[in-house]
Design a binder for this molecule. Structure first.
Ligand SMILES: *Cc1c(COP(=O)(O)O)cnc(C)c1O
Length: 429
């Protein structure tokens, strides 16, 4: 048993390079050939690697999707919505239980999100609520929502068949947010290949990383071409700069794509490790009363990557230090290292995790374990206070009792045992 003082902090999910340093070989190549620009051989090869991965079904059959590399997953959501024709005054049905990058780009386009709550099994978009929203919004506004954005939260596949059937029934395109679900499959097919578009993210904490970056899986070469054109300032074919549309500077750097090429060599290993860690948590948490690890549905079509492992804690379970939580205004924030945090003057909000979840976070941090609340639903965010939402209480109640546990290649079996022991220790008997 390693003592707390000797331990390094166990983070939720960290970038993890190949042991052979293949990433650096491709990055060096970019420098050696002077392709230090947002296009080039690494970008082309990474796109091909990604397409090969996305197109390979478990049964050996192949798809024919095209992939465009972009500067971020958020940019991929933005360009996908644009390609679906989303514009000012339109509505887009988006999963509420998600990271803000699923919904913010809807507002960039002058459109409005219609937030859809989750079902209990996968924690993702509830098909019944989605259909209700589609029908009601048509009645109220005279038009159907322009797109549907389901999310593979923490990598868990959503109810793909049901969501796609509803989308087809009403003729609405689907933008799959598979940013957290890279390599998750439904019925043997990679997530992101079911919709009109599929979003991938290579941010530092995702399944693989390019430091920052993303990609859009497209149905055909024509869509991919349009996306690429918009991602490079929408230039028309003249000897001078001529523009017939508004574009963006969203292409991926050839340096970053070099990292991505290297990471593709460890992707399968990463996914296998995430699944292994989940299995170990499931085993070790089995007899911890009041703590339930979130599992995938027993239906064999579900094949989650378990990007993060998540669990819930019964509100009646007491955690050490619980009486002292939410007393002080916090100076940092979740993911605070990633950017500037706006100072706040209250220690609490009107919708927050239960005291025992916060106490567990604090207890685990002292044990050098990062243990975060699950994402706060978008329909409970102040910035979306006026948005239309279709709710059933599921995501809000999960937010109050849920937490994320470290996963990923850096998390060893010994770490998982230490984490579970720490949870047991934190519970007041
Ligand atoms: C990470 C993430 C994105 C995109 O993120 P980038 O950081 O812009 O690459 C989109 N949706 C979800 C659900 C995410 O977790």
């Amino acid at each position: 048993m390693i003592m707390a003082e000797e331990r390094k902090t166990i983070y939720l999910c960290l970038a993890h390079m190949s042991e052979e340093g293949i990433e650096q070989k491709y990055v060096k190549e970019a420098f050696d050939t002077n392709w230090v620009v947002p296009m080039g051989p690494n970008v082309n090869a990474f796109e091909q690697n990604l397409a090969d991965f996305a197109n390979s079904n478990s049964d050996g059959s192949k798809l024919d999707r095209k992939v465009v590399c972009l500067s971020a997953g958020t940019a991929a959501v933005h360009l996908a919505l644009l390609a679906c024709g989303v514009g000012p005054g339109d509505e887009v049905c988006v999963q509420s239980f998600t990271f803000c990058a699923s919904s913010h780009p809807i507002t960039y386009l002058g459109a409005s999100p219609v937030f859809i709550d989750s079902e209990k099994e996968t924690w993702n978009m509830d098909p019944a609520l989605l259909e209700k929203a589609i029908v009601e919004r048509k009645e109220k506004t005279g038009k159907y929502p322009k797109a549907i954005v389901p999310v593979a939260l923490y990598g868990m596949p959503y109810k793909v068949d049901e969501i796609m059937a509803i989308a087809d029934k009403y003729g609405i395109p689907v933008v799959e947010d598979a940013a957290e679900g890279m390599g998750s499959r439904f019925n043997g097919q990679v997530l992101g290949t079911f919709g009109k578009f599929g979003v991938l993210s290579f941010n530092g904490n995702k399944m693989i990383t390019t430091s920052g970056g993303g990609a859009l899986i497209c149905r055909d070469a024509e869509d991919a071409n349009t996306v690429m054109w918009r991602a490079t300032q929408a230039r028309d074919s003249y000897p001078y700069y001529q523009h017939s549309a508004i574009g963006y500077n969203y292409r991926m750097s050839n340096v970053c794509a070099g990292i991505g090429r290297g990471q593709m060599t460890v992707l399968d290993k990463h996914i296998a490790h995430h699944k292994h860690v989940q299995a170990l948590y499931e085993e070790l948490l089995k007899d911890v009363d009041g703590v339930d690890i979130h599992k995938q549905p027993a239906d064999p079509r579900y094949d989650a990557n378990f990007w993060l492992c998540t669990a819930t804690i019964d509100e009646n379970i007491k955690i050490k230090g619980q009486e002292n939580v939410y007393k002080e205004v916090i100076k940092t924030a979740v993911g605070g290292a990633a950017g500037v945090i706006k100072a706040v003057d209250s220690a609490t909000t009107d919708c927050q995790p239960n005291d025992n979840v916060e106490a567990l976070r604090v207890y685990m941090l002292a044990k050098k374990i990062e243990c975060r609340p699950v994402w706060k639903p978008m329909h409970k965010q102040p910035v979306y206070a006026n948005a239309v939402s279709y709710v059933n209480g599921v995501s809000e109640s999960l937010f109050k009792i849920g937490f994320c546990l470290p996963a990923g290649p850096y998390v060893s079996d010994d770490d998982v045992r230490y984490i579970v022991d720490s949870i047991k220790e934190a519970i007041v008997k």
